[in-house]
Design a protein around this ligand. Structure first.
Ligand SMILES: [Zn+2]
Length: 309
């Protein structure tokens, strides 16, 4: 009998262990981010976006990240970084340290450009804006995507010797994604992203044409840097304005090409067109700083941004 008891207690311990180790349906911890460019003071739209992203992190016991998108070094100023952090602190937000400055990670962007280049997915484009405009105007069949004129592909078929001449002349160039090659072999039905409240969105990156992934003046681009950073920083819910919804088609393609994780997305309405809220132009353009200095309380600023109840 003693033998049987011991067997039963073993079984009991086994089931208790199973119960303790069984994953329960905990809500996913959200890693969200606010990623302004330090080119000016934060305004109401920024306040709304930051507070929304922050609240999703806090409510899920996750993390909130502040990222400074300062690749355009000619327009970014360190003093605006300080002002941004002051404003966010005033709004009651706190974020993980250290803060990632994109300008400090150019080698990360260079590495993934190299990967794409070695797979023949990029080509140098020496065109000036003026040349592209002229080319588009001249060509009757120039494709016109939903996002404006599509690059007509002038440099895509440049001969190797012409290209080498341009390189040796040190003609500045951008790097464009060869969209046709990039999409080769991809089943577009599987290229989707999850938009909060809307479900799975099917991507149509081809309508953007050969987008620039590295600019002439800086060896990366918004699309490239933001996609890599979100993946490197473990962001699993991207909260940003509706104006960036379309860009997500490109970001999703880059995630696929570079084997990066795909976060969920939440593109929120912009403060200027928020339903049921009539902001005067003055309110809309008001910076958090100017409101603070004019004696607005935190509650008033929240309300004005559309975040407060
Ligand atoms: Zn070109």
């Amino acid at each position: 009998m003693g033998h049987v008891t011991s067997d039963a207690s073993h079984k009991f311990i086994f089931y208790v262990k199973l119960l303790v180790e069984m994953p329960y349906d905990a809500p996913m911890k959200r890693v969200t981010r606010f990623a302004p460019s330090p080119t000016g003071h934060l305004h109401m739209g920024h306040a709304y976006s930051a507070m929304l992203a922050w609240s999703h992190a806090v409510e899920s016991d996750g993390h909130f990240i502040l990222r400074l998108e300062d690749i355009d070094q000619s327009r970014c100023l360190p003093e605006f970084e300080d002002r941004i952090m002051e404003d966010l602190s005033w709004l009651g937000l706190s974020w993980d340290m250290p803060v990632r400055r994109q300008s400090e990670h150019m080698e990360d962007y260079a590495a993934i450009l190299e990967r794409l280049y070695s797979r023949d997915l990029l080509y140098p484009c020496f065109c000036t804006r003026k040349e592209i405009r002229a080319e588009v105007a001249q060509s009757n069949s120039a494709p016109h995507g939903p996002h404006g004129p599509v690059y007509p592909g002038t440099c895509k078929h440049m001969s190797v010797s012409d290209r080498d001449n341009k390189f040796s002349d040190e003609t500045p160039y951008a790097l464009r994604l060869d969209m046709e090659r990039a999409l080769t072999g991809i089943n577009l039905e599987n290229l989707t992203f999850l938009e909060r409240g809307k479900g799975h969105i099917q991507c149509d990156p081809a309508s953007f044409g050969d987008v620039v992934l590295a600019r002439k003046d800086t060896p990366t681009s918004y699309h490239l840097a933001v996609t890599l950073d979100d993946a490197l920083q473990g962001v699993n819910l991207v909260v940003r304005g509706q104006d960036l919804f379309e860009a997500t088609h490109i970001h999703r393609l880059l995630q696929h090409l570079l084997d990066l994780s795909t976060p969920e997305y939440l593109h929120h309405g912009l403060v200027s067109d928020m339903k049921g809220r009539r902001l005067s132009k003055r309110d809309k353009d008001a910076t958090i700083r100017s409101l603070r200095e004019n004696g607005y309380s935190l509650e008033e600023v929240k309300k004005l941004s559309g975040f407060g109840k």
